[in-house]
Design a protein around this ligand. Structure first.
Ligand SMILES: [Zn+2]
Ligand SMILES: [Zn+2]
Length: 402
């Protein structure tokens, strides 16, 4: 893979602030405000970009083994379950390539003026983080491979398991109620089947040890080949933000299309069906997948950004950690206050043929969120800013007095 023409070297120093990027990746799909929605719903929603009209020919995948479950769906859902045609998918890809290509072109054209403004805003405050990085670098005696391994494998994996430990306790014990009262599918995983959970944990560990680790070795070789990911000088804060945004966009593109490909009836039953054994997912299910899917759909979409951009280790480490925490949230099964909404991907696990992406941008473009947007889950798909669970504030059935 020749990535040389894409190399952009970090130039300055920065202060990493994961919070800002998490907001950007808050899994709140941009929405068009339509006249069908009640005003209160519109007011709560974040974002409003309408990226294109629905292409009714594409995106109607069905799970050949899940028809029994789909029988309980609404008539709109029933209508949407048609086999996917490859022509429709190709049209969608072309449409997406045009919109995203134009966006990237504009971003490239205005990169210099954008970064100048950001640098002016954030500059002159990177000394603290530069000092920390220099200390860590010398602590490892300048062993850049060891630094790279710790930054891209140990730190994100530890963050993943620590975060998941919280959810595992909640899933197994039903406590603390502060977490479990926010459960999305109220009648599921209460408590979770411990045998099924143990099996998921084992598979995730195997994926991390036997697939993620070797991929990190390859990533190091590639990144060393066209740059120095462990440079002593940190990139600036604004540069990190820009790289996180681009990596997020690339992940959306590569995850969406690889995920849809894995839903193709000819491939689904051999690969992606494993991930969909969980119609009500829990945190660790985020990496519970067939080895092929783990490499192509979990790892590659996240690795592609740092590889193409030649990101600094600090940026890559931060990005992998954010990506793992966000995917955990989107699978955890609880819609907790102040965390990105998991409704979108939870709905994907429930219905199979909706909501394939991470951010929801491409689903809007291809119309693969059309059924989702008619549901209560869509009304709940927002950043929860109060302590009242959304199942209570937006109940499935209207109250009698309504
Ligand atoms: Zn999933
Ligand atoms: Zn899927």
């Amino acid at each position: 893979m020749n990535v040389q023409p894409w190399v952009i070297h970090p130039r300055h120093r920065y202060i990493p602030r994961p919070h800002t990027h998490r907001e950007q990746r808050s899994a709140s799909a941009p929405r068009a405000l339509t006249t069908q929605q009640p005003l209160t719903t519109q007011q709560r929603h974040i974002g409003g970009a309408h990226l294109g009209s629905h292409d009714t020919r594409d995106s109607r995948t069905r799970d050949p083994d899940m028809q029994g479950q789909s029988a309980s769906g609404s008539s709109a859902e029933q209508r949407s379950r048609r086999p996917e045609s490859s022509g429709g998918l190709w049209d969608s890809v072309k449409k997406a390539a045009f919109v995203i290509g134009s966006g990237l072109f504009l971003m490239a054209a205005f990169r210099n003026s954008i970064t100048w403004h950001l640098q002016k805003f954030w500059g002159a405050s990177g000394d603290f983080w530069q000092k920390q990085w220099t200390n860590v670098y010398h602590l490892f005696g300048g062993n850049e491979w060891a630094l790279f391994f710790v930054g891209t494998m140990v730190v994100p994996t530890l963050a993943f398991w620590l975060f998941n430990a919280l959810f595992i306790v909640a899933d197994l014990t039903g406590k603390p109620t502060f977490i479990t009262r926010y459960r999305i599918q109220m009648d599921k995983n209460n408590p979770v089947d411990p045998v099924k959970l143990r099996q998921a944990v084992k598979k995730v560990l195997a994926n991390q040890v036997f697939l993620s680790m070797p991929m990190v070795v390859v990533a190091y070789k590639v990144m060393r080949w066209h740059g120095n990911p462990c440079s002593l000088e940190l990139p600036t804060f604004h540069w990190v933000l820009l790289e996180l945004a681009i990596s997020g966009l690339l992940e959306e593109i590569f995850f969406y299309y690889s995920h849809r490909l894995f839903h193709h009836p000819a491939i689904y039953k051999h690969v992606h069906k494993i991930h969909h054994e969980w119609t009500a997912p829990v945190g660790v299910v985020s990496l519970y997948a067939h080895p092929l899917e783990h490499v192509l759909s979990n790892m590659m979409p996240a690795v592609i950004g740092p590889l193409l951009l030649g990101s600094h280790l600090a940026t890559t480490s931060l990005w992998f950690t954010i990506a793992l925490l966000v995917t955990t949230v989107s699978h955890c099964g609880y819609h907790l206050p102040l965390l990105p909404s998991p409704e979108f991907h939870d709905f994907h696990h429930l219905k199979f043929n909706q909501c394939y992406g991470v951010l929801g941008v491409l689903d809007r473009l291809h119309g693969t969120d059309s059924v989702f947007r008619q549901t209560k889950s869509y009304d709940r798909h927002t950043l929860l800013l109060s302590l009242t669970p959304l199942n209570e504030s937006i109940p499935d059935k209207p109250r009698k007095e309504d």
